[in-house]
Design a protein around this ligand. Structure first.
Ligand SMILES: [Mg+2]
Length: 332
């Protein structure tokens, strides 16, 4: 039997809510992604606060086989965007961590924290727990003076052990309110970060795996990739049941282990009865979502026949389970 993951040459893996929750690894996640696979694993994070090396070290401590080159961060994507927008060596005002400043420097630009006479060519904003009013004020002056504004990501919240803290998006909102300007955004659900992850993977035959409909799944849909929603993090079955088309994944599963099993014969249909029971009956398997991204792929053939999207749909119908009916899921 063909496993779900066998249809893809690369997996683009979200981190928080998919591999770990805060400080704790999600049980079974490292075992679902064993070392030595021929498949390319790319670890993709919207959080711009840590360097790729620090992220890889954290993942390794938790039991994942991640090297620095396997990690793609929104700080890297933001720095790449900046290098495309402003001249080499230009001043970039950094609101964020030293790791973000290092990416700006690595892209051939000059990170600054304040400015006097010479207005910086750009402002880049990523999460840092140290960001304070003077940092936002510098950024507001620069944006109002014409600096190009790039946000690493716009996640409004940042889950931690105590609950939901303000994420980078909340501080972006403050700057937006102060400047009446919209930033260019590097992270999911916008394309730059996932495009960088695809470049790193060296293939577009990739499956996006994540826990958030509004970042991971919408991001996959924007760049035309199949996606797997795992229910180990932020997004819930209720949210999936009422998800607008742009938030619908190709597959849904209880956990990452579904990558290592064939997909279930039944499909789930958004909007009517109970999905929880269905997933509970075959907890190791992913279910194809009717009306999800896979249908788009199957219908328009945009990504060719090598992804399992269209193959899986045909296989499900051919092998079936006798009912031939999608199994419904409802908001509760
Ligand atoms: Mg996540």
């Amino acid at each position: 039997m063909t496993r779900l993951r066998d249809g893809y040459r690369a997996l683009l893996l979200d981190l928080d809510g998919t591999l770990y929750r805060g400080a704790a690894v999600i049980p079974g996640a490292p075992d679902a992604l064993p070392a030595g696979s021929a498949q390319q694993l790319v670890y993709v994070t919207n959080n711009a606060s840590r360097s790729p090396g620090a992220v890889a070290e954290h993942l390794t401590e938790l039991g994942f086989a991640a090297g620095t080159d396997d990690v793609v961060t929104s700080a890297q994507a933001a720095a790449r965007l900046l290098a495309e927008r402003v001249p080499p060596g230009a001043d970039v005002l950094v609101v964020g961590t030293d790791a973000l400043a290092a990416e700006v420097s690595g892209a051939g630009l000059n990170p600054v924290r304040r400015f006097d006479d010479r207005v910086p060519a750009a402002v880049v904003q990523g999460h840092s727990p140290q960001t304070a009013w003077p940092d936002l004020a510098e950024a507001a002056y620069a944006v109002r003076a014409g600096a190009h504004w790039v946000a690493a990501n716009t996640d409004r919240t940042l889950p931690n052990e105590r609950g939901l803290a303000p994420g980078n998006g909340s501080l972006v909102a403050a700057l937006r309110a102060a400047t009446d300007t919209e930033p260019e955004v590097a992270g999911k659900p916008f394309a730059p970060l996932l495009e960088d992850a695809l470049t790193r993977a060296g293939t577009r035959a990739a499956l996006v795996v994540g826990d958030r409909l509004d970042t991971d799944i919408e991001g996959a849909n924007r760049v035309g990739l199949d996606s797997l929603l795992v229910l180990t993090g932020v997004s819930t079955l209720d949210e999936l049941a009422t998800a607008p088309p742009e938030h619908r994944p190709t597959y849904v599963a209880l956990s990452l282990d579904a990558l290592n099993h064939p997909i279930a014969a039944d499909e789930v249909e958004l909007g009517s009865s109970a999905l929880g029971e269905l997933l509970g009956a075959e907890p190791a398997r992913a279910f194809r979502v009717r009306g999800g991204a896979g249908d788009r792929v199957a219908n328009d053939g945009a990504t060719g026949g090598t992804t399992p999207g269209s193959a899986a749909a045909g296989g499900g119908a051919a092998t079936g389970n006798g009912s031939g009916n999608p199994i419904a899921l409802s908001p509760r």
